[in-house]
Structure formats: structure tokens, C-alpha cells
Design a protein around this ligand. Structure first.
Ligand code: SF4
Length: 355
């Protein structure tokens, strides 16, 4: 079992040159050392995109709309209630609450939204607002980041999703999302959140215009913050989905399944201080996600009762709860439902019943 920490050069060598199966073996060995129980975890949740109106206009995004677009929306209360009720009926424990950077909403709107949800549905965990949204809310409201986070936490925010990281490098961000916060601001939001006891995930969207060096730098920037705060619960890499996006023509060769497995395995090996690495069945499909469980992943993400952002880019993988359970079992693991903070809630034994 390897114990020494990889440096940037070693990580670059692994990504570029290591034999694929050897890379998988090393990542799987590291995963087994961290999770000897053979469990593969998942959460039952629903993405609720409260608005698709966004001023950021990222070039890789097929989801956002301008305020004047006929299909631009801001969620209404009855729709929100109905979505959360359905989530609870399906055994869900969290909602992933995310939206565009709306030009007219300040912190009062977000506080009201959180308070309404927590008052009417006190058991639901709100995993909400990516770093660019939090930065946007603080600027819209003329508040410091710390105060913005403190108010959102008081109103019911339970944790933060790691979206908006893409590649933590400003050359790449300038090409794919020129109006979005830079990598320093993304890390600043996460650091401030972690200091206030709010846990978060970290993500990476690769396979657009980044070099191997920039991709590796992303991993090290996440690792260095985790060394300081310990606030990241999981790391979730996925590949750029080009259809219906502005960036489609500049990325003639989207990432392959092999590219995905290599990046996943290197992520597990570099991020020795993050316990959970998530397989992205939403972007890669259930079959490649099964293979991902032998390349460093120990978590299957969420059942995603509803997903709109990846679907807008033409990717429509779906997994019901029974399908998720059988997909994990057929890969040779024991499925277990978890909560947002990766505590196990139910383990599905051989006869598919929870214990
Ligand atoms: S990725 Fe997010 S911030 Fe960028 S355009 Fe889409 S909704 Fe807006």
C-alpha cells in the first residue's frame, strides 16, 4: 500500500503515461484502504433549479436563459412544495438547490426561500448554492462573504455543492466561463464556508480546453485547501458535455470513457485527504459508472429524481432506486443509502432489503 504523497510531476506522469489498468489498480487499492467495508453509497435527492435566469452565460452551459427568453422561469411556491413532497415520498433526505445568477434577487429572497423550506419541511437537508451563487448573492446584497454565509446558514442552508469549479485555473475559466468568478474566489467561498462549519463537495469539469497541467493544478488546489480546512466531504469529477453549448465547436473531441477513468483514478490518488470520490453516472452512464468503482470511486452520487442541467446538454441517463441498487450489486459491491454528510442510513443486503 502506497503511503507517500504524490507531487505535481508524479501526478502529471500518471495521468499522461501510466498503464490504464495499473492506474485503476492503484486507485482501487487506495479506495479499499479508506473504505474496507465494500459499501458503495448513494443519496436519494432531487435537484431543484429554482431559476434558469442567469447573467453569467458560461459557454459550456445549455441550461441558462436570459430574463427575456420565453422559457425563463423563477420557481413558484406551489411547484417548490410539490417537488419537495415528492422527494420525501420517494425516501429522499436532501434537495440540491441551485440556480442561475439572477440579476434581481438579493439575500432576502434566498433567506425567505430557505426559511420557507425549513419551516414546512424541517427534516429535509438543503444542499444548496454553489460558490458562484454565494459570491453573486453577497455582491448583489452589498455584504461580506462571511456575513452572507452566516445569514444563509441561519436561514437553513445545510451544506454547499461544489459546482462552478470547472477547472480552477483562470486561463481556462477565461475561455469557458469568462463572466464567472476566478479560481481564487471559488476557493475563498469554500474556505469561508468551511470556517463556519459548513461542509461542501468539490467538483471538476474536465475535457474542454484545459491542458493536463491545468487539470492537475486543479486537484492540488483542492488538496491544499482540504489540508487547511478539512471541509470537503467528496470530490466529483465529470466530463464536459458539449451538445447545445457555445463551446461545442471548439472541443471537437469530447472526453472518452478511458479519459474519464484515468482522471478519476488520478483524483483518488492525489486527493488522499478527501474520503469520498463520486462516480458520475449522470454524465457517463451506469455501465461506465460500474467500472469507475474499480478506478477509485466509492460513491454513486444521487438517484437524482430530477436533473435539468446535464439534460439540457442532451444527456439523459436515468436510474431509479431499484436500478441503482442492482447496478451497484452487479458491480460486486453492497449498496448503502447515505445522507448528505456521508453517514450510512440503510445497507441493502443480498436479498435487496434494507437493514
Ligand atoms: S453554469 Fe451556472 S453560472 Fe454558468 S451560465 Fe449556467 S447556470 Fe449560469
Amino acid at each position: 500500500m502506497e503511503t507517500s504523497r504524490l507531487n505535481r510531476d508524479q501526478a502529471r506522469q500518471l495521468l499522461a503515461k501510466e498503464d490504464l489498468l495499473e492506474l485503476g489498480r492503484r486507485a482501487h487499492e487506495r479506495r479499499r484502504a479508506k473504505h474496507p467495508d465494500n459499501l458503495v453509497t448513494f443519496v436519494i435527492d432531487r435537484n431543484i433549479n429554482y431559476t434558469n435566469i442567469c447573467t453569467c452565460q458560461c459557454r459550456f452551459c445549455a441550461f441558462y436563459r436570459r430574463p427575456e427568453n420565453p422559457d425563463a422561469y423563477l420557481i413558484d411556491l406551489p411547484t417548490l412544495r410539490q417537488k419537495i413532497n415528492e422527494t420525501l415520498e420517494l425516501g429522499g433526505t436532501q434537495i440540491l438547490l441551485q440556480g442561475g445568477l439572477h440579476p434581481d434577487l438579493g439575500i432576502d429572497y434566498y433567506e425567505r426561500l430557505l426559511r420557507t423550506i425549513k419551516t414546512e419541511f424541517p427534516t429535509i437537508h438543503i444542499h444548496g448554492f454553489s460558490a458562484p451563487e454565494i459570491w453573486h448573492i453577497s455582491r448583489q446584497s452589498g455584504l461580506e462573504l462571511e456575513e452572507t454565509l452566516a445569514r444563509l446558514i441561519r436561514a437553513g442552508l445545510g451544506s454547499i455543492p461544489g459546482g462552478g469549479a470547472e477547472i480552477l485555473d483562470d486561463r481556462v475559466r477565461g475561455r469557458i466561463s469568462p463572466n464567472k468568478i476566478g479560481w481564487r474566489q471559488w476557493l475563498a467561498v469554500m474556505a469561508a464556508a468551511h470556517r463556519q462549519g459548513l461542509r461542501s463537495t468539490a467538483t471538476m469539469m474536465f475535457g474542454s480546453v484545459e491542458s493536463d497541467e491545468e487539470l492537475i493544478e486543479h486537484l492540488f488546489r483542492v488538496r491544499e485547501l482540504q489540508d487547511e480546512t478539512g471541509g470537503f466531504t467528496a470530490f466529483i469529477p465529470w466530463s464536459f458535455q458539449p451538445d447545445h453549448t457555445d463551446l461545442q465547436e471548439e472541443v471537437p473531441r469530447p472526453a472518452t470513457g478511458v479519459d474519464y477513468l484515468r482522471v478519476l483514478a488520478v483524483s483518488r490518488l492525489v486527493l488522499d485527504n478527501i474520503d469520498n470520490i463520486q462516480a458520475s453516472w449522470v454524465t457517463q452512464g451506469a455501465k461506465l459508472a460500474q467500472v469507475a468503482l474499480y478506478f477509485g470511486a466509492n460513491d454513486f452520487g444521487s438517484t437524482m429524481i430530477e436533473e435539468n442541467v446535464v439534460a439540457a446538454a442532451g444527456v439523459h441517463f436515468r436510474l431509479s432506486l431499484p436500478e441503482m441498487i442492482s447496478t451497484i450489486k452487479e458491480a460486486g459491491f453492497t449498496p448503502a443509502q447515505r445522507n448528505t454528510l456521508y453517514q450510512t442510513l440503510k445497507v441493502y443486503t443480498d436479498d435487496c432489503t434494507p437493514r
